[in-house]
Write a protein of this length. Sequence first.
Length: 397
Amino acid sequence: MFNKFKILKKEECPCGSKKKFGECCFLKESRKFYNEKEALSVISKNARKSRINICLCNECKSKAIGAHALQENGVLSKLAVDKYVLMQNKKENATMLEIEKGIKEAFYFLSEVLIKDATVQTCFCKNHDDKIFEDIEKYNKIFSPTNLKQLFLFAYRTFSFEYYAEITSNKFYRNMFKDVPQLIKKTILITNYKESLKKKEEMDYYKNLFDDIIINEKYSELATVVIEFPYTIKFANYMCIAPNFDLMGNNINVFDKKSKMMRRVFITSFPKDEKSYILISVFKRDINVYEKYLKSFEQVSKEVIKYYFNCIIPLISENLILSPDLWDEWDEIGQCLVQTAVSEPNPTRVLLGLKLILCNLSKKDKKNFMLNNIKYNIFGKKNLDSKIKIIKNQINF
Ligand SMILES: [Zn+2]
Ligand SMILES: [Zn+2]
C-alpha cells in the first residue's frame, strides 16, 4: 500500500524517529504559533540545520568548502550589476502569503544576492573542488562545445548541486515534521516530501554512475546536445529534470521499465567568454528514454527552442540566476510573470499548457513563430535575430 498524498499510520514516521507514524507524531499535540515571526523563525532554524557539510566525491571524508555551482569569475560576474544578481535566496526568510483564509504558505521570490554568495553550497572539499573541476573552473581554460570532459564536468556539477539540494530538502522536511507535527497531515507537504524522497533515490542511482565515470575517465558515457548562442545571455541556470514531453509536445515516458524510477536530463545554461551555451546531457544508457526528446531540438525552429526554455527554466528550476539588467528590460507584468513562475509550487498545469502550445507550434502553418511579442524573454530583447547553433556530441541520429 502506497499513498502519495498522506502518511498512513503503519508507515515510518517522517520525523526521522524510525517509529511508526501511528505510534509517534500522530499522537502528538499540534504546535501553536502565536504570530508569523515565530513560524518564520522555525522555518529558518530548520533550513539552517539541514545544510550539511559533505564532500560528494566518492567516499571522501574531508570537510567541504563553500563552492559555487557556477563559476564566480567568468559566469556569475558576467551577470552581476554592482556585484549583485537576482535569484531565489533560501538562506533568507520566506515571504508568507495567505493562500486561503487563515492559511499561509511560504514563498521564495527572486531577490538581490551578492555574487560571492550566489549558488554557494558546501558539497565539495577544497581538494576535490579544485582537482576534479579544473578543466571548467580555472579562469584560463577555454570552453569548447565538443570537449567531452568539459561537457561531462558541467553535467556532473549540475548533478552534484541538485543532489545536495535534495539531501538538504529531505532533512529539512524531517526537521520540520519533528518540530511541527501537525504538518504531517498536510496533503501538499506530504506529496512534496514523498517526491523529494523519490528524487533522492533516483539521484543515488546517478551518483554511482557519475562516480564511475570520474574514476575510469569514460566521458563518452554522456550524450550532449549543445545550443550555442553567439552573444552573452544575461541568465544562468542548472537543473536535473525529467521532461515528459518533447519540443513538439509529444509524450515521453520518463520511467525506466525495470526500476520504475524516473530518468533524468542534466541541463546547464551559462554565458562564457563572448558566447553562451545550453548543455543538455543524458546518460547513453538512458538514450532509449530520451532519444525523441534530444531529436526534437533539431526538428523545431530556433524560436521554439527559445520559447521552450523561456517557459521551463523559470517554472521548473530552483536555480535561475538573472542579471538585474535583464530584469530591467521587462515591464511590470513581465516581472510579475517571472516571479509567479519562479515561486510556483506546483507547475503541472502550466506545463500542460506549454505542451499544448508546443503541439500547436509544430504544425506546418506556424513555422514563422517569433518570440518577440511576449511579456518577458530571458534571452534578451537585443540579439533577437542572432543565429543559434546546435552541436551534437555522442549522438548518432
Ligand atoms: Zn514522529
Ligand atoms: Zn573531497
